[in-house]
Write a protein that binds this ligand. Structure first.
Ligand code: ARG
Ligand code: ZN
Length: 303
């Protein structure tokens, strides 16, 4: 569902972005992050519901929203308690992305806000046309200053989704991340096995220009050197090592199925690599740089 990927001006943009990203990542090197600087991202959560009272059904509770922000602040800092142990072959590749998230305290109109924006759109479920055509353009906050997250119940053309995201270069009124109600956060209206908040971790990875680790084709590329080659998406849960010496030239460590940018269950994914961290920081210093000077969480905190 990324029609604009086909459009020629987006292709140009994408080629230039890839060249910029490669040079940024090369300058940074593959070393572990220094944890010297943190990127702080103001977030607005648009809760799209059907008139339920706050805390019921699609009109999710503040506690559920806070539980998702807490997951993001662990996963993007390598503070998640399920991170790999040194005995795992992929442990050396795990890294802190140095990115933190805050619910916005200042709205685009300059008034104070909870960072939570509730909307009754009068439907029990929403499909792509509803979301991209109506909900997003009518609710979005400046995408250069806020990470917009919409939370709603998917239906119709979107019914099998957990979430979806726009990479850098998306149309201004569509840019952000959409997460299904029951896959958002860790408490409240959540459903196993997608009840650990990892759908948002994954989709925000896309928002910061990460690809799936298998590159979306058999043995494809994600343009990152330190994510092990993978044949295709993995589902459910795997045990290490999985698919060792695979047909894409993988080694004895097998596939990095525990990477947030694979498709396995929430409680079986737990890492970004140094290369992914560098690539996300490239996006933050490139097409997403507006977020670094945003005053959405008070005075800007940038590098
Ligand atoms: N866009 C993917 C989907 O809808 C998200 C996968 C997230 N994976 C997860 N374990 N939460 O299927
Ligand atoms: Zn994805």
């Amino acid at each position: 569902h990324q029609h604009y990927l086909q459009n020629p001006s987006y292709k140009d943009f994408h080629e230039q972005l890839e060249a910029y990203t490669a040079s940024y990542v090369q300058q940074q090197g593959a070393a572990k992050r220094t944890r010297a600087t943190l990127y702080k991202i103001p977030v607005v959560v648009h809760v799209i519901h059907n008139g339920e009272s706050v805390g019921s059904g699609a009109n999710i509770s503040v506690a559920q929203i806070n539980s998702q922000i807490a997951v993001l602040n662990k996963d993007f800092r390598l503070l998640n308690t399920d991170s790999l142990l040194p005995s795992n072959g992929f442990w050396p590749y795990t890294d802190d992305c140095e990115i933190e998230f805050c619910l916005a305290t200042l709205a685009p109109n300059g008034l104070s806000t909870s960072g939570i924006d509730r909307f009754n759109y009068g439907q029990s479920t929403y499909d792509y046309a509803d979301i991209d055509g109506i909900i997003k353009p009518n609710t979005i906050w400046d995408r250069n200053k806020y990470l917009n997250i919409w939370v709603c119940k998917f239906g119709g053309s979107a019914s099998t989704l957990l979430g979806f995201a726009t990479p850098p270069g998306a149309p201004v009124d569509e840019d952000g991340v959409v997460i299904g109600t029951t896959n958002f956060g860790t408490t409240g209206n959540v459903a196993s096995p997608y009840n650990k908040g990892r759908t948002a971790t994954h989709e925000i990875g896309h928002f910061f220009n990460l690809r799936h680790i298998w590159g979306d084709t058999f043995c494809g590329t994600d343009f990152i050197a330190d994510t092990a080659p993978a044949e295709e998406a993995n589902y459910g849960c795997k045990s290490y090592p999985y698919n060792a010496n695979n047909s894409c030239g993988g080694d004895a460590k097998g596939e990095m199925y525990m990477n947030y940018m694979d498709y396995v269950d929430d409680n079986c994914i737990n890492m970004f690599t140094s290369g992914q961290a560098a690539r996300m920081q490239a996006a933050l210093n490139g097409p997403r740089s507006g977020l670094l000077t945003s005053n959405g969480c008070g005075s800007p905190h940038s590098i």
